[in-house]
Design a protein around this ligand. Structure first.
Ligand SMILES: [Zn+2]
Length: 315
């Protein structure tokens, strides 16, 4: 561009703005601004939604999508059934935090039905070779990484909550810390004597608190998340009330929490997978709001007591 013309366009910009001219400025687009907390963005893949947050909590909802575009191949291996209403449940939790604090948790969600994409699996099983599904998977995980990194930058830690729905016979929350039933079925002394906590999704938090708080106390003692949820009316394991899952089916945490909260290369990120039953919890808007209220209150207390973090209070 000739210098004179560039100068003319520079002058034209503010003039056009002052007169409310409908055409965009001719200059190169400015770098993308930081997305404001609470704003939802889709894309470039149209089925991955990311809501920016300014609190330390990052929610993920990988199995609540309902869209089955014909352009994407249908997955043929692994679990292909959706976690009914789990995206609505995540939104209810996000809404509850906003109501309490006037601020936003981050939320990353797939709107694709699980028969098209499973973001809670490694890429091969998740997309099963479909190039569009692979792009969606990459976008989901890039969004999770970005949300966690933003929370760590702002708060010096991030707490990931991956929300799911189960259909196991026992109607209780299954808290997935990347420790399976066999590991959790050990008595406290055996759990404390093992190195299992370092492999769990509370490994970084435990390192902050040790030796004052033992692994078993952090996972299922008084003031654990399981305790805070149970004493507020949501049955949960592990907790002081149900320290061990026992012989019943139990989800211990999948790819998302194991990748971002349990891995050694994600310092300052902890969290858990919460598996929820359907009846009485995610079946109606009223029940989802009750879960959201109890979960937000429990997380508020847990982050205060374990991280010394105080959520803002809405005025
Ligand atoms: Zn799920």
């Amino acid at each position: 561009m000739r210098p004179a013309l560039r100068y003319f366009l520079l002058l034209l910009g503010p003039v056009a703005f002052l007169h409310g001219a409908p055409f965009p400025p001719a200059a190169a687009p400015a770098p993308a601004p930081e997305i404001a907390a609470g704003h939802s963005t889709f894309g470039p893949h149209p089925h991955i939604e990311s809501i920016a947050g300014d609190l330390p909590i990052v929610l993920t909802a990988p199995h609540g999508g309902s869209l089955r575009p014909a352009a994407l191949a249908t997955r043929t291996e692994g679990v292909t059934t959706a976690d009914l209403n789990s995206l609505d449940l995540a939104r209810a939790v996000a809404d509850e935090f906003f109501a309490r604090t006037g601020h936003h948790v981050a939320l990353v969600a797939s709107h694709l039905h699980r028969s098209k994409l499973d973001p809670n699996r490694e890429l091969k099983e998740a997309a099963q070779g479909d190039a569009t599904a692979e792009r969606a998977w990459h976008e989901f995980h890039a969004s999770v990484r970005a949300a966690l990194a933003a929370a760590v930058t702002r708060h010096d830690f991030a707490f990931l909550v991956d929300l799911h729905g189960h259909s196991h016979p026992v109607a209780r929350l299954e808290l997935g810390y990347a420790l399976d039933a066999k590991q959790l079925n050990r008595p406290d002394a055996a759990l404390d004597a093992s190195e299992l906590i370092t492999l769990s999704t509370l490994g970084d938090l435990h390192a902050r608190l040790a030796p004052a708080v033992s692994p078993a106390a952090l996972l299922r003692g008084p003031r654990s998340l399981g305790d805070l949820l149970t004493t507020r009316g949501l049955r949960a394991t592990p907790s002081p009330q149900e320290p061990q899952p026992g012989p019943e089916p139990f989800f211990s945490g999948g790819y998302i929490v194991r990748t971002y909260a349990a891995a050694a290369d994600t310092p300052k990120v902890d969290g858990l997978q919460i598996e929820t039953h359907r009846v009485g919890l995610r079946d109606t808007a009223e029940n989802r709001a009750r879960f959201a209220q109890i979960t937000a209150e429990s997380l508020t207390i847990f982050l205060h007591e374990r991280y010394g973090y105080d959520f803002p209070v809405k005025k």
